[in-house]
Design a protein around this ligand. Structure first.
Ligand code: ZN
Length: 436
């Protein structure tokens, strides 16, 4: 990793750099691929409008998209002032370094990363995630992954885009530019501008076959402007064309890369990254409803209570995959009276905590975001009184408590956010009272 120049602005709220200040230019590691190869990003600028160029989802057969990204990085390093002050531009050279190294379109587990995303949140059922997918040339195969967002590479781009306003996914080679499939005006505007700047043809949709679980469709469903430019050739980086497209987007960033804005859920305002995190990890089903507006402390950390979690947005974690995360309320949520249940021999044991994970809890934990959302298990399964008053099978995780409801075969989270909400407000009231 090379830190060329870092300013305090990279750690704080967006700051419009004065002309004398140097804007941020730096490379950093976002995470690792299935086989442990680094997935890196370059960042240019400090503005509030986050634009991401994500290349090489399809590995080796689309290596020209990797080459393009490297050329763009060189170009913007040579002249970072090409990025307007209101923009933060990120370039990810390869989302699939294993595929690139191994000569494959797929990741190291044989999954097509552009068929693995949770595309079930938009209004278009035809693009919903599926195991059986149509890949290059429409070839049908079971390469959608075991479940939506099952791959570390998919999870990485999902979590990195939580505060993005626009994203461009480079592919080759069909020679056109198309937006998220489900009607999404910001994606359509972005695709049209990119087509005009690059001289690629604009296409309202990808016609040759149906794409399920696509990254662009996933992003569009979270109101991130998302497009796919398809290069004309399978081997050239088509630098001039794509630089033209990127510069056209930067020139109209005020319209095409909108400022983050608050979102209303049940009449309560949510900061955009918190809204996206809540929505992409199960919304009402796992986290419950927002209880109150978000609050920001003196250090600039924003927290918002939901029924089952407290979500925290920390500017110090910007440019990491944990920009938004749940507070670790599960650790202290030990019930008063409980009966430990025997752990089956085949349970997965977590080294860090010594706690097991198996059965229905393992399935929900894994599919709803795993360690990054819930943390590791910190107890064995036990029987205790759940929030509804019934004795249930339960388990503590670092950031949640799970309870099993056999009557409808569901796993629900205990209302730890609600408990914290009541306790913090009671504490505040007591403090006020004692000083009167
Ligand atoms: Zn592709």
């Amino acid at each position: 990793m090379v830190v060329v120049a870092a300013t305090l602005a990279s750690l704080g709220q967006s700051v419009v750099a004065a002309p004398s200040q140097q804007s941020t230019v730096r490379e950093f590691e976002l995470g690792r691929s299935t086989e442990g190869r680094p997935i890196t990003a370059w960042r240019f600028g400090d503005g509030p409008r986050k634009l991401v160029l994500a290349s090489n989802t399809h590995g080796f057969p689309e290596a020209n998209t990797y080459t393009l990204a490297m050329l763009l990085i060189e170009h913007f390093r040579a002249d970072p002032t090409l990025v307007p002050a209101s923009v933060r531009l990120y370039i990810i050279p390869s989302l699939n370094p294993d595929g690139l190294a191994l000569g494959s379109r797929f990741n190291a587990r044989g999954v097509d990363l552009n068929r693995n995303m949770n595309t079930n949140l938009d209004a278009c059922p035809e693009n919903d995630w599926q195991v059986t997918v149509q890949g290059a040339y429409g070839i049908v195969s079971d390469t959608g992954g075991a479940y939506a967002d099952s791959e570390v590479e998919s999870q990485l781009i999902r979590d990195f885009l939580v505060d993005a306003s626009a994203v461009i996914f480079f592919h080759s080679n069909a020679g056109n530019v198309f937006p998220a499939a489900c009607e999404h005006a910001p994606s359509i505007a972005l695709a049209q501008a990119y087509a005009a700047g690059s001289n690629y043809a604009y296409a309202r949709r990808w016609e040759p076959y149906n794409i399920t679980g696509g990254m662009h469709d996933w992003a569009g469903s979270l109101d991130i402007a998302a497009i796919i430019p398809e290069f004309i050739t399978g081997d050239l980086p088509e630098f001039e064309e794509n630089l033209g497209g990127v510069l056209a987007v930067l020139a109209s960033a005020e319209e095409l890369v909108p400022l983050p804005r608050e979102r209303a859920v049940l009449g309560i305002a949510l900061p955009e990254p918190i809204w996206r995190f809540w929505r992409m990890h199960g919304g009402y089903e796992h986290f419950g409803r927002p209880l109150a507006p978000a609050e920001t402390d003196a250090a600039g950390v924003t927290r918002q209570h939901f029924t089952n979690v407290v979500l925290e947005l920390d500017p110090a974690r910007r440019d990491t995959l944990a920009y938004v995360r749940a507070l670790p309320l599960g650790i202290a949520a030990t019930p008063r009276a409980f009966t430990l249940l025997p752990t089956p021999a085949d349970a997965r044991i977590f080294e860090a905590t010594g706690a097991p994970l198996y059965g229905a809890f393992a399935t929900v934990w894994q599919r709803a975001g795993g360690e990054r959302v819930f943390g590791p298990p910190v107890s064995e399964e036990y029987e205790a009184r759940a929030a509804d008053g019934a004795r249930r099978v339960m388990q503590q995780f670092e950031r949640a408590v799970f309870a099993y409801y056999p009557e409808d075969n569901t796993v629900r989270l205990e209302p730890l956010g609600w408990h914290d909400f009541v306790r913090t407000r009671l504490d505040a009231a007591m403090t006020r009272h004692s000083f009167q």
